[in-house]
Design a protein around this ligand. Structure first.
Ligand SMILES: C[S@@+](CC[C@H](N)C(=O)[O-])C[C@H]1O[C@@H](n2cnc3c(N)ncnc32)[C@H](O)[C@@H]1O
Length: 215
């Protein structure tokens, strides 16, 4: 099941809440545990499928012993804000949670492949290009290309990388991320909305890496 899901899923149609998506898929018949350091955005239990449990857990801290070696698949998405040290702890933990032969599926925003797109030749892409620039350089020393290190990081931990796929979204206008957004808003936000009406948008990118724990 894990192998089929992690390699065969249509990721474009899967950008919902991953845990709910998987728990509700009748073909998978999966039991899903979701972990987050904060429960502020946990949906009410009544709205969740019975096969999904959401739990408070710092994923960089040790998990309880009874969970270790019990999971077919560990998925994480958008951990871009964690330090290298925390990412290392997260990976160590994820591998300990897996059964032998289990998979890690890690999805991140691939800002390196963002590009402007215009529905017609007359559309100026200036504002969209500035927005892409903001996302690729939201603060000094940010490296958008860090996502290229995901596969080597997994391999260094003894995992066998079985997929490294990149895929792009449909044209969209994404929200901003940090205080630099204020400057951006002042300069370009109205223009961005106009661009959107005129059929000028951006193509976004994601990277997904799947790696298997040795048997
Ligand atoms: C950018 S959101 C991504 C949420 C979800 N994975 C998605 O793709 O929509 C990052 C989430 O990671 C959680 N988080 C950050 N550090 C964490 C940690 N050390 N342990 C568990 N959850 C953490 C945050 O609380 C937040 O809900």
């Amino acid at each position: 099941m894990a192998a089929e899901y992690s390699k065969g899923k249509d990721f474009i149609s899967s950008m919902n809440v991953w845990a709910i998506d998987v728990a509700e898929d009748p073909k998978l018949n999966a039991e899903v545990d979701g972990f987050d350091v904060s429960d502020k955005f946990f949906p009410p239990q009544a709205w969740l499928p019975c096969s999904l449990s959401l739990r408070l857990q710092d994923v960089t801290a040790p998990f309880s012993a009874e969970r270790l070696g019990t999971y077919d698949l560990v998925h994480f998405r958008l951990f871009l804000t964690l330090t290298t040290e925390k990412l290392d702890q997260l990976l160590e933990n994820a591998i300990k949670l897996l059964k032998p032969g289990g998979y890690i599926q890690w999805v991140e925003h691939d800002k390196t492949s963002m590009k402007p797109v215009a529905a017609s030749a007359e559309g100026s892409t200036e504002a969209v290009e500035a927005f892409i620039g903001l996302q690729q350089s939201p603060f000094p020393n940010y490296r958008a290309a860090w996502v290229n290190e995901i596969a080597p990081m997994l391999a260094n931990k003894g995992m066998k990388v079985v997929a490294e796929d990149r895929f792009q979204t449909r044209p969209n206008v994404a929200p901003g991320l940090s205080s630099s957004v204020d400057t951006f808003k002042e300069k370009y936000f109205d223009e961005l909305a106009k661009d959107s009406q005129n059929g000028v948008a951006l193509i976004d990118g994601f990277i997904v890496v799947v790696a298997q724990k040795p048997l």
